[in-house]
Design a protein around this ligand. Structure first.
Ligand SMILES: Nc1ncnc2c1ncn2[C@@H]1O[C@H](COP(=O)(O)OP(=O)(O)OP(=O)(O)O)[C@@H](O)[C@H]1O
Ligand SMILES: [Mg+2]
Length: 715
């Protein structure tokens, strides 16, 4: 029998060392904390000196407010701060510091000496600290107003951390990065200098920004003149989402070996992978392979909308409406680049699906015990506990659809009942038999979890087309009208729970369990996808190019039209099918250019339809109806009505056959996997939710956690 181990409280020293190791992960973190302290003290001059990449010595000298001699005894104790009193103060905090933990942490992993003088003190005081404690009473000494913090032998007592760090050179380059970033944002009020402590005292500073330098001059100083010539200034104010963004981004003619992405949120240097990725995507189509842009962004939000206390290094923050704000910034940056004249004359590179490798690697993941229990709905969805089809299965399910001869399926045989007064009666309709997808050069929106699905159609790597941006007022207006009716509820907490059937799914929002009518939501989703990816669709190829025309794999538009009228003969009595098809063909250029609907004008056959969402193929049995609607429901003479009408028809085509399209798959569970991996994730990452959903029965609250608790209590 194994020995039962008793629980004991850890020694304070061990606790402090563990906590300190989380906050001070490497020399650059220590410098960030000390630099923030100096800025919080309203310094106008900061000099940082570093030896051995920060592992030997870090010294930071400022001319800020200084520290009172009386505060020295508790200066480096944990949770002692002059910046926060009540927890509520966090909502309005404007200083970098608030926890009173940084200095304490440094003293647990290094030897620290602090010298400081306030303006009304006759002299400075110096003292040494270890493990949060003042070692001896502070000694008077000469000094200017301000503070000098000297940190020696960082990680002397955590050899494993020291050993795992990169070389002193690499650590120093990380320090340069952090100091440069702070220097740009604070250049208007503070001089910041970074230099190596050199035994020969010959080296010049690596960062030297003098107060009141403009952002452009900072960029010249820090990154060289070439970049400064290629900078675009951006300013975006959004009253609805309540944010202001200012910054500088590189024009598409600039490229660098590494993506230099500097993000400040309310003056704090933070990471935001979602925003970084979305900007990377914008440039991904414009820059050559292995070339990256520069972006320096400062996002300002009301402090009540941002939670700064989420990570020990303070490198992360959470903010409200994150996905909507990121989407708005992304589209603004797209527009800004497209309207800069240089953006039109550079060589472009087709999108390379970077997720492909990870897709292939995603097979055979073993389950850890912690993954067997659902502890946090944000991390695990209910369906992750069900047996998943592997990526190979998904791939197979798509190829099933691709390779199966749809006419062989008895469910698809259409009998000769539709002898309508127009056109030639048909025995059966020849449906397009070959479905091959080609994604556009710009990636189609892909759901978060779609990365678990194998790409069945790799983008054409030789194509040079980049995402096309259309400056059509009508398109802008249609998009605006969507944004205006959007409900800015907090969809960050939206969690997919599970599927009842393809028309109804369960979702959780905050404490509520909701039933979602997916037909309506999907219609909105596909309509919005059409508007936002106007002119940039992939193609679903309906014709096997290798097959000869006699193979019977081509379907005349007229046949599709005639068959589509089945059951609607009352309404369309007297309609001339030939005239309708001629009308459609007369708009073939428009249909191809904007909507990837390719028509063989000579043969009067349909070659391609748009691929609106990567990996998702609509039910092709709805194609005849789609063609009828394209012929009869669209006002081609009015730009706005035409765009709206075609987007609406595509959305209907995609959204309303989902339930029945499962019969196209050999195995229904495979279709379910395709559905679940593709559609619900888009609700959260892409969809603008109209506020009407809350009242019109599209979203129905079934129960909530508090209600369930009261049921349990009664039981
Ligand atoms: N350079 C400095 N100039 C003036 N006061 C300082 C300086 N550095 C530290 N202090 C004082 O020491 C206190 C403790 O600093 P410390 O960095 O540990 O905590 P904090 O900045 O309050 O919070 P956080 O842990 O979030 O950084 C500060 O609140 C501040 O009063
Ligand atoms: Mg601090």
């Amino acid at each position: 029998m194994s020995e039962i181990k008793r629980i004991k409280k850890l020694d304070d020293n061990v606790i402090n060392k563990i906590a300190a190791g989380e906050i001070i992960q490497r020399p650059a973190n220590a410098i960030k904390e000390l630099l923030e302290n100096s800025l919080d003290a309203n310094s106008t001059q900061i000099i940082i000196s570093v030896k051995q990449g920060g592992l030997g010595v870090i010294q930071i000298q400022d001319n800020g407010s200084g520290i009172c001699k009386e505060d020295f005894p508790i200066l480096c104790e944990k949770f002692t701060t002059s910046k926060l009193q009540e927890f509520q103060d966090l909502l309005t905090i404007s200083t970098f510091g608030f926890r009173g933990e940084a200095l304490a942490s440094v003293t647990h992993v290094a030897h620290v000496q602090i010298t400081s003088k306030t303006i009304d003190s006759p002299c400075a005081y110096k003292a040494e600290f270890s493990n949060s404690k003042l070692l001896e009473p502070p000694k008077p000494c000469a000094g200017n107003t301000g503070t000098i913090v000297r940190v020696e032998d960082l990680f002397y007592n955590i050899p494993i951390r020291k050993a795992s760090l990169k070389s002193a050179r690499e650590e120093y380059s990380k320090i340069i990065e952090v100091v440069s970033n702070y220097a740009i944002l604070n250049a208007h009020k503070c001089s910041i200098t970074l230099k190596k402590i050199d035994d020969n005292a010959t080296s010049s500073p690596d960062v030297r920004i003098v107060a009141e330098t403009s952002i452009e001059d900072c960029v010249v100083e820090l990154f060289g003149g070439e970049l400064s010539k290629q900078l675009l200034t951006i300013d975006l104010k959004n009253d609805k989402l309540d944010f202001f963004l200012s910054g500088r981004i590189s024009k598409p003619n600039y490229n660098n070996r590494k993506f230099r992405f500097i993000l400040f949120i309310n003056q704090r240097l933070v990471h935001c992978d979602l925003l970084k990725k979305s900007i990377e995507n914008v440039y991904g189509n414009l820059l050559p392979k292995h070339a990256y842009p520069f972006a320096f962004l400062h996002l300002q939000l009301p402090s009540k909308n941002i939670d700064v206390n989420v990570h020990p290094t303070k490198f992360e923050v959470h903010f409200l409406h994150q996905e909507l704000i990121v989407a708005s910034i992304q589209s603004f940056i797209e527009k800004s680049i497209s309207s800069s004249s240089e953006s039109r004359n550079f060589s472009t590179q087709s999108f390379l699906n970077r997720s492909t490798n990870s897709l292939n690697n995603s097979v055979s993941i073993s389950t850890r015990p912690s993954e067997k229990i659902r502890v946090d709905p944000k991390l695990q969805k209910i369906h992750s506990f069900l047996t998943k089809s592997t990526a190979t299965n998904c791939n197979r399910s798509l190829s099933v659809l691709k390779e199966r001869n749809l006419c062989d399926d008895p469910t698809l045989k259409m009998e000769n009942t539709s002898i309508i007064s127009i056109g030639k009666p048909k025995e059966t309709i020849k449906f397009p038999q070959f479905v091959k997808c080609k994604t556009p050069d710009k990636p189609l929106p892909m759901s978060e979890s779609a990365s678990f699905m194998v790409s069945h159609s790799t983008p054409d790597p030789v194509s040079k087309r980049h995402k096309r941006i259309f400056e059509l007022t009508t398109l802008d207006n249609l998009r605006k009208s969507i944004e205006e009716i959007t409900n800015i509820c907090d969809w960050k907490n939206f969690v997919y729970v599970g599927m009842i059937d393809h028309d109804r799914i369960l979702v959780q929002r905050d404490k509520d369990l909701l039933l979602l009518n997916t037909q309506v939501v999907n219609y909105n989703l596909f309509y919005q996808l059409c508007l936002y990816h106007f002119g940039n669709f992939g193609e679903i190829d309906l014709i096997d190019q290798n097959a000869s025309e006699d193979d019977g794999n081509r379907t005349l538009l007229k046949d599709l039209f005639v068959y589509g009228l089945k059951g609607t003969d009352q309404l369309y009595e007297g309609v001339n099918a030939d005239e309708m098809i001629t009308l459609l063909i007369s708009h073939s250029d428009l249909l191809l250019d904007y909507f990837s609907i390719k028509i063989d004008v000579e043969a009067k056959t349909l070659l391609t339809i748009p691929l609106v969402l990567d990996k998702f193929i609509p039910d092709l049995r709805r194609l005849p109806k789609f063609i009828v609607n394209l012929c009869t429901n669209i006002n081609y003479s009015d730009e706005a009505l035409c765009i709206h009408g075609i987007c609406r028809e595509i959305a209907e085509f995609y959204a309303f056959g989902i339930g029945s399209s499962s019969s196209l798959f050999a195995d229904k569970t495979e279709f379910d996997t395709v559905f679940e991996n593709t559609i619900p994730p888009m609700y959260r990452s892409f969809l603008h939710i109209p506020s009407s959903f809350e009242h019109d029965g599209t979203l129905v609250k079934l129960t909530s956690l508090p209600d369930l608790y009261s049921v349990f209590e009664r039981c």
